[in-house]
Ligand binder design. Structure first.
Ligand SMILES: Cc1cc2nc3c(=O)[nH]c(=O)nc-3n(C[C@H](O)[C@H](O)[C@H](O)COP(=O)(O)O)c2cc1C
Length: 385
């Protein structure tokens, strides 16, 4: 192997062997210098690396390869971290009935992550109580609430949006949508304004979570004119909001939700994310959006390796669900944590989402599917999941 430069030892001596190299690869905050030690390659710790065709000085060893540090906070898309004021490009997905609890949202925000409170399945007064606690404990740290499509309870969706607008919730995870709805558009468009420099500001941010290309396309487009006209006629939005809404996408970011513990369509991550990235590029060019639309990936991410794979595929951020359900902060029971800790890969299978069971959704449907993973032999679930 040809040398790319030279390495000079500092306080620590170089180490040899596979274990030393593996250990160095896991220290992601430090650079790695692979050096030629004569009979074998070694890992240089600390010291000074000089890259380039320079003459060797006494005590220098040939440098075979150099890997710069890569801190987890430098992964993904910096636009995403900046826009949502995060340290890490890492989202904790909403889990219904406050499984993603106030405690979990708080711990995540304080660690520099973004978490969505699991509002689905809760009555409005309980959601309001959670907002109250989060605003008291977190202000000004970022947090979000789940806005879940409720096909069987449209009034609940409207009431939830009204609550979010009344209490100043500025970020929602819009999930389980098969199409855009009037309450969702009301949330996105309310308060939209043009700044003196000409830029358009949407005070209410939306991160959509979808598994299907045709639904993703709607979130990557401005809201339909007809729906804006209806909302204006109903007095839910004003003329300026309706006009400016045509210049921005429905969502600030879209999470591609691959096969997962949530609503899913049996989509493999490895093909879903590239499809969404290509769609994002096409929609941004078509509509001339000025701000970058970030695309993240969720579904099956639970280890450093799967997180690294998602970022290698081009994810702006990653979203996790199941892996958080076993945390102490999760709003669940010790029995569930124990069952999850003991569950193996073959212990989970696809099941229809409870809220969509009545619609005839089955795990294998190809149209309007929205299954969810359930523990085999577990008792029937209550709430929307
Ligand atoms: C128990 C459970 C409940 C969930 N409830 C919701 C929910 O109410 N709203 C939602 O948007 N996603 C929900 N999800 C999906 C997660 O937010 C996330 O998208 C998904 O779990 C990611 O895939 P993973 O489980 O493979 O990590 C739920 C997931 C689980 C495991």
């Amino acid at each position: 192997m040809k040398a790319i430069g030279w390495w000079r030892q500092g306080e620590l001596a170089p180490q040899t062997g596979t274990a030393a190299l593996q250990e160095a690869l896991h220290r992601v905050n430090d650079s790695i210098c692979l050096i030629d030690m004569g009979s074998e390659a070694g890992v240089g710790r600390g010291g000074t690396a000089t890259i380039g065709p320079i003459d060797a000085a006494a005590g220098h060893l040939p440098l075979l390869a150099y890997v710069p540090p890569l801190h987890p906070q430098d992964l993904g898309d910096p636009h995403f971290r900046k826009r949502f004021r995060l340290r890490y490009p890492y989202v904790i997905g909403a889990m219904a009935n406050a499984i993603t609890s106030v405690r979990m949202v708080e711990a995540s925000a304080k660690a520099g992550l973004l978490a969505f409170f699991g509002a689905a399945g809760l009555p409005v007064h309980q959601i309001e109580d959670a907002i109250d606690q989060l605003q008291q404990r977190l202000d000004p740290l970022p947090y979000g609430m789940n806005l879940i499509h409720s096909p069987n309870e449209p009034d609940l969706e409207t009431a939830t949006v009204d609550l979010y607008l009344k209490t100043g919730v500025r970020l929602v995870s819009a999930s389980a949508y098969l199409d855009l709805t009037l309450p969702l558009i009301t949330y996105r468009v309310t308060g939209i304004r043009r700044e003196p420099d000409g830029s358009i500001v949407c005070p209410n941010q939306v991160i959509a979570k979808v598994s299907r290309v045709e639904v993703a396309r709607r979130f990557m487009s401005p809201p339909p004119e007809k729906m804006l006209a209806r909302l204006q006629a109903q007095g839910r939005i004003n003329a300026e909001e309706a006009a400016l809404a045509l210049k921005v996408p429905m969502a600030d970011a879209v999470t591609a939700e691959a096969d997962s513990g949530g609503h899913t369509d049996n989509q493999p991550a490895i093909s879903l994310l590239p499809t969404f990235l290509a769609l994002r590029d096409a929609m941004s060019a078509q509509h001339g959006f000025t701000r970058p639309l970030c695309i993240g990936l969720g579904g099956g991410i639970a280890t450093p390796q799967s997180a690294a794979a998602a970022f290698s595929l081009g994810a702006a951020y990653i979203l996790t669900g199941s892996v958080n359900q076993a945390c102490m902060e999760a709003g669940t029971s010790q029995t569930v944590r124990q069952m999850l800790a003991e569950a193996g890969q073959a212990d989970v299978t696809m099941a229809p989402a409870a809220d969509m069971f009545e619609m005839g959704v089955t795990p294998n449907s190809t149209i309007f599917t929205a299954g969810t993973k359930a523990l085999r032999n577990s008792p029937p679930k209550t709430g929307p999941f």
